[in-house]
Design a protein around this ligand. Structure first.
Ligand code: NDP
Length: 284
C-alpha cells in the first residue's frame, strides 16, 4: 500500500485559520506585530520576506519590513534591531538569513531581545528548549511536530531518527521529539551504517540538504517520513532529501516537497508571534 501523503499546505492553512480566529477574538487587547529585517538583495530571501508579509496580512498580524543594502554595516543592523526591541508595536523580530558575509550573524541574532525572538535562535531560547522550559522554538522544528500531531502520528514511545544535526533544524527537532517521549537518535555525516539506523525509525526526519538521499531501502515499512530538505535540481525541479516516489512504496506516511514542511515554517512563525504578544501580557 502506498504511503499516506501528509499535506503540509492544507495543515498550514488549518494552523493559519486557527491563528486568524484567535487574533480576531483578542483584537480589543491589541494586535500582534512582526518585523522582518532583510539585509542585501538575495532573490530567494526577497521572496520569503514577501510571503511572510502576505501571510501576516492574511491572519491579521501587523507587519513591518526593514530593508538594508548589501553594504550595510553590522552596527546599522544592530541599531535597527535595538530600535525594534524597544518598539511596543512589535512582538516578533525576524532577521532574514543569510546575512552578507561581512556581518557576524551570531552577534546579530543574539542582539534580538529573547522576548521577541520568534525564530528561537537566541542562545537563551536555545537553552530553554534544552531544559524543556517555555520559550521560543525555531519554526521548522515546530512545524515538523505540528505535522505529526495533526496527522495523528504517535510520538510518545516511537523510535525517532533525525538525520542532520544543524542548530536550526536537526538539533531542535530531536529535542522536541525527546520532550515528547520519543526515543531519539541523531545522525550526521559521520554516522556508521546510516541505512541500518534509519531502518529502526518509526518516525524518520530528513534534514540533510542532499537531494533524494533517503531511499526506500533505508525506511522501515509503515514509518512516518518527514522531509525537511529543499533542493533545486539542475533541471529546475524542487525536491526534498527523500526519494518521494520510492519511499512512498514502503512508508506509512510521507510529506511531499514542495507542499510538506515548507508551508508549516511560516505558519509556525505566525504562531510564535501570537504567542509572543500573549507572553508580553503575562498569559503565555
Ligand atoms: P545543514 O547543512 O546546516 O545541516 C545538514 C546536516 O546534514 C548536517 O548535520 C550534516 O552532518 C548532515 N549530513 C550531510 N551529509 C550527510 C550524509 N551523507 N549522511 C548523514 N548526514 C549528513 O542544513 P540545514 O539543517 O540548515 O538544512 C537541511 C535541509 O533542510 C536543507 O535542504 C535546507 O534547505 C532545508 N531547510 C528547509 C526548511 C523548510 O522550511 N522546509 C527550513 C530550513 C532548512 P554534519 O553535521 O556531520 O556535517
Amino acid at each position: 500500500m502506498r504511503a499516506a501523503r501528509i499535506d503540509g499546505k492544507q495543515i498550514a492553512q488549518q494552523v493559519r485559520d486557527d491563528i486568524q480566529r484567535e487574533v480576531a477574538a483578542r483584537s480589543a487587547k491589541g494586535v500582534p506585530g512582526l518585523a522582518v529585517v532583510l539585509v542585501g538583495d538575495d532573490p530567494a530571501s526577497q521572496i520569503y520576506v514577501r510571503n511572510k508579509r502576505k501571510m501576516c496580512e492574511a491572519v491579521g498580524i501587523y507587519s513591518e519590513e526593514y530593508r538594508l543594502p548589501e553594504t550595510a554595516k553590522e552596527s546599522e543592523v544592530l541599531e535597527r534591531i535595538e530600535a525594534l526591541n524597544q518598539n511596543p508595536k512589535i512582538h516578533g523580530i525576524l532577521v532574514q538569513l543569510p546575512l552578507p558575509k561581512e556581518i557576524d550573524s551570531r552577534r546579530v541574532l543574539d542582539a534580538v531581545s529573547p522576548d521577541k525572538d520568534v525564530d528561537g535562535f537566541h542562545y537563551l531560547n536555545v537553552g530553554k528548549l534544552v531544559a524543556n522550559r517555555p520559550g521560543f522554538v525555531s519554526c521548522t522544528p515546530l512545524g515538523v511536530i505540528e505535522l505529526l500531531d495533526r496527522s495523528k502520528i504517535e510520538i510518545s514511545g516511537a523510535n525517532a531518527v533525525v538525520v542532520g544535526r544543524s542548530d536550526i533544524v536537526g538539533k531542535p527537532t530531536a529535542l522536541l521529539l525527546l520532550h515528547r517521549n520519543a526515543t531519539v537518535t541523531i545522525c550526521h555525516s559521520r554516522t556508521r551504517d546510516l541505512a541500518a539506523v534509519c531502518r529502526e525509525a518509526d518516525i524518520l526526519i530528513a534534514a540533510i540538504g542532499k537531494p533524494q538521499f533517503i531511499t526506500k531501502d533505508m525506511v522501515k515499512p509503515g514509518a512516518a517520513v518527514i522531509d525537511v530538505g529543499i533542493n533545486r535540481l539542475p533541471d529546475g525541479r524542487l525536491v526534498g532529501d527523500v526519494d518521494f516516489e520510492g519511499v512512498s512504496e514502503v512508508a506509512g506516511a510521507i510529506t511531499p516537497v514542495p507542499g510538506g514542511v515548507g508551508p508549516m515554517t511560516i505558519a509556525m512563525l505566525l504562531l510564535n508571534t501570537l504567542q509572543s504578544v500573549k507572553y508580553s501580557e503575562g498569559q503565555g
